[in-house]
Ligand binder design. Structure first.
Ligand code: NAD
Ligand code: ZN
Length: 358
């Protein structure tokens, strides 16, 4: 992946950690201290495995583990991690390893971006969502009180190394959450990838290695392409927000009882419905999207929410521009566009569609 054309990092997709030493060679880790940052779940499952691989090849390896859960993606945890790094005398040449899902990745990246005005970090993402989405692109940050990702920085990892077999221990809903973003990738960028997904749900849900590899690779390629074209989110990176405008509103109103990807799936349905109403998709394409989401165990509707409340929560989302909601719609399967002219009535119509299950 390029950053402003002058700095790049590689992304490795592997069945285990065997090639990690080789992947790290270019970073000259032998004289550097390394801190593995992870959450309690990942550490219990795989902490020793990773530490064993890294111990032989770099100066010193320490670990910092915090309790799993979004509620720990805070400045308090960052503070404790700074303390650990200071006690362990980490300096500018030392490095962090983000070992976990998006929570660990965002928090570790932010700590790396700010400790001593910025040190290197690598991503070893362990959830489907973090492998195909959050580990690529350099967005880091933490939540502040009730505000998600309120404090952050752009800081690129020096390497992303994924061990796809770690996905086998993911809880089903967590796996489905990643699928929400993956199907979104197909819808906004790549019709062939989207149709591959429609055909291979059985192999993917069975977590067959070849299918996982094809899929994760396909999604990483799309995310990488979008980020490279538009590192600072002036243009097509906004396409990644497809399904997120209404999705975020649902996420908030459901008090985060649904996973992020589940809300994105519901939001994708609403945005696809709007695209169909504008004559960009056919009715059968809309039905097909619904079927694909369902085949990956994702919800396509929700209940118990008020349409007006969803509309006003949508308007409070930060993706506003001069008082207008920035909506990402599909111009066809595999291509998106941003528009600010979606009316309240149209949004209400789409919201009623996801409240009534089409
Ligand atoms: P997460 O990091 O909380 O992980 C979900 C759960 O799975 C946790 O309990 C974790 O301990 C557990 N887990 C992780 N790997 C496992 C494994 N291999 N086996 C079993 N359990 C495992 O959640 P997430 O969905 O990975 O990430 C969500 C976060 O990512 C949010 O904070 C969101 O804001 C952020 N995010 C960031 C970006 C970005 O561009 N930086 C993009 C999307 C999302
Ligand atoms: Zn998302």
């Amino acid at each position: 992946v390029k950053k402003d054309g002058n700095y790049s990092y590689s992304i490795w997709l592997e069945p285990d950690f065997q090639k990690l030493p080789e992947a790290l060679e270019q970073l000259h880790v032998s004289g550097r201290k390394l801190c593995i940052v992870s959450d309690s779940n990942v550490d219990t499952l795989y902490g020793t495995q990773l530490k064993d691989v890294l111990s032989g090849i770099c100066g010193k390896v320490t670990s910092y583990v915090f309790p799993a859960g979004e509620e720990h993606k805070t400045l308090d945890t960052v503070r404790n991690l700074y303390e650990h790094l200071i006690l362990e005398k980490f300096d500018r040449k030392d490095m962090l390893v983000a070992f976990g899902g998006g929570v660990v990745g965002d928090l570790t990246g932010f700590t790396a971006a700010t400790y001593l005005r910025g040190i290197d970090f690598i991503q070893v993402p362990t959830t489907l969502l973090s492998q195909v989405d959050s580990s690529i692109g350099g967005k880091t940050g933490v939540d502040f009180d009730a505000y998600k990702n309120m404090v952050g920085a752009f800081h690129m990892p020096r390497l992303v190394y994924m061990n796809l077999n770690l996905l086998r221990s993911l809880p089903d809903r967590q796996f489905a959450s990643g699928m929400g973003e993956i199907i979104k990738h197909g819808l906004i960028q790549d019709p062939a990838y989207y149709s591959w997904l429609t055909e291979h749900y059985q192999e993917v849900m069975d977590k067959q290695y070849e299918a996982l590899l094809t899929m994760v690779e396909g999604s990483c390629r799309i995310k990488r392409h979008v980020v490279e074209e538009d590192p600072t989110e002036q243009g097509i990176r906004a396409w990644l927000n497809f399904g997120h405008t209404i999705g975020h509103a649902v996420e908030k109103l459901k008090n985060f009882t649904l996973s992020h990807g589940e809300c994105v799936a519901i939001g994708c349905m609403a945005a696809a419905y709007l695209s169909e109403k504008r004559g960009k998709l056919t009715e059968s394409e809309l039905k097909d999207i619904r079927k694909v989401l369902k085949s990956y165990q994702l919800p396509v509707c929700t209940e118990g929410l008020d349409a007006e409340k969803i509309l006003s929560a949508t308007k409070h989302d930060k993706k506003m521009d001069a008082g207008k909601i920035k909506f990402v719609l599909l111009s066809r399967i595999g291509e998106a566009y941003v528009t600010k002219d979606v009316t309240d009535d149209e949004i209400l119509d789409a919201v009623r569609y996801i409240l009534e299950d089409g």
